[in-house]
Ligand binder design. Structure first.
Ligand SMILES: C[S@@+](CC[C@H](N)C(=O)[O-])C[C@H]1O[C@@H](n2cnc3c(N)ncnc32)[C@H](O)[C@@H]1O
Length: 417
């Protein structure tokens, strides 16, 4: 089938139509291209697939750096200088469609933090396996593709991954390998295997680079990197990072932002909207945002559901010697009593966005300001559509936390009307 691509949409798909007027969402395609697609899947009346042949090429198209680019970063085919513009367009399209509000009605400009670094920025990678070879899942398919590293990752992560794989015995028990690196190029690695009795001599690992190495049993049918039992380990599962003038400990399995250079810019922007306020921060992780605000806020209560992240946040409060920050190990939706009219409420939720109970509580209590950092414009726009009758937009900005991928981060500041 021949498809003419009109625009790029969220997910990194080129949106277009064939001569019969059928709608397609195609990876490996760019606006104004004419492409051929052979295999498609029909979902809800539209076709999804990967452009196999480019008949008319966009002048923005570039040779991808890796064969597996569709698995990790579909915008490797896009000239770097256009990525910011394209992401801005994708954000506007998604936000307007889902929130039902044209951007021009918000009364504030849409800011965009220009991208400076497109590759080698990720401080964390999660690899899958084919046998004992590293692999990624293919998009629009259940198959995997063998890889040798990834250009999005810091080089030390790729080097360590190859080194670990080189030492592994030939078995079909490897599920996933997570590697995290800090800014001093120290690495923590976690190998997830389906054999609870896997016996591996950890002395073989070169500890000049590895801070710690952990082998977990994770049953075949459970999600990829969900540990059921620690089989063996050596070294430390923790490291220290400097961010926005503070020190943060984080671990292999606790959430930590992958692109610190850009995250720091978002923290600095958030700081501008807090001034001697009482703050409650939901979904706080190891405390990066809350603790960074300790100099400008009156007091901050952070809420985090993961036990390990909460303990690390507690440690981070101590190590930074901040007396006006506390952390509670609770689910956000069970901490509604912390929302009140005079507070600034901060959210940085997972991709699913805000819990319905939280939205309901906000509409009831109307806290004076909401600062909402999001990694998913669709759910942020959905939540905004529920709040917009009660709040006006004070600030809106996009950050390219994940260059070359279709993902983006957006910061929305709302003031009660
Ligand atoms: C996107 S991360 C943000 C963390 C932190 N702001 C940062 O940038 O490092 C979301 C965090 O929310 C936590 N989380 C997920 N569901 C939650 C819930 N229902 N209540 C509280 N925290 C939750 C996760 O464990 C994770 O640490």
């Amino acid at each position: 089938m021949i498809v003419e691509i009109e625009k790029l949409v969220f997910g990194g798909y080129g949106f277009g139509k064939d001569e019969k007027g059928n709608t397609y969402f195609l990876l490996n395609s760019l606006p104004q291209e004419k492409v051929e697609v052979l295999n498609t899947k029909k979902r809800k009346g539209v076709f999804f697939g990967v452009a196999e042949r480019i008949i008319k090429e966009s002048e923005l198209r570039r040779q991808p750096k890796e064969d597996h680019f569709l698995s990790c970063s579909c915008f490797q085919i896009l000239d770097d200088t256009f990525e910011d513009e394209i992401k801005k367009e994708i954000f506007i399209e998604t936000f307007e469609k889902i929130s039902g509000t044209p951007l021009e009605d918000l009364g504030v400009p849409l800011f965009y933090e220009k991208t400076n670094r497109f590759y080698g920025y990720r401080n964390k990678m999660e690899f899958s396996f084919i046998g004992k070879d590293l692999a990624f899942f293919k998009r629009e398919s259940h198959e995997k593709v063998k890889i040798n590293g990834c250009v999005l990752a810091k080089e030390i992560i790729n080097e360590s991954a190859r080194e670990i794989v080189g030492l592994l015995p030939d078995k079909k028990i490897y599920k996933s390998l997570i590697l995290k690196a800090d800014s001093n190029n120290r690495v923590i690695a976690g190998l997830f295997v389906t054999d609870p009795d896997f016996n591996f001599n950890l002395e073989k690992i070169n500890f000049k680079k590895l801070n710690g190495f952990f082998i977990y049993y994770s049953p075949k049918n459970s999600p990829a990197s969900l540990p059921q039992k620690l089989i063996n380990s050596v070294g430390l599962d923790i490291f220290e990072e400097k961010l926005a003038g503070k020190t943060f400990f984080h671990s292999l399995l606790s959430f930590f932002q992958v692109n610190l250079e850009v995250f720091e810019k978002a923290i600095n922007d958030i700081k501008k909207y807090v001034c001697n306020d009482k703050v409650v921060e939901f979904y706080s992780g190891v405390g990066t945002i809350g603790i960074s605000l300790s100099d400008v806020a009156k007091e901050i209560t952070m809420i985090e559901s993961q036990r390990e992240a909460t303990e690390l946040a507690f440690r981070n409060i101590l190590v930074n010697n901040v007396s006006n920050v506390k952390v509670l190990n609770k689910r956000s939706e069970d901490s509604l009593d912390l929302i009140s009219k005079e507070k600034v409420v901060i959210f940085d939720p997972p991709r699913s966005g805000l819990h319905k109970k939280i939205i309901k509580e906000i509409i009831t209590k109307l806290p004076k300001r909401i600062i909402y950092l999001s990694c998913n414009p669709s759910t942020q726009a959905r939540d905004f559509s529920l709040l917009k009758g009660y709040y006006k937009v004070k600030f809106l900005k996009i950050y390219n936390f994940f260059p070359k991928t279709y993902h983006l981060e957006s910061l929305l500041v709302l003031d009660s009307i």
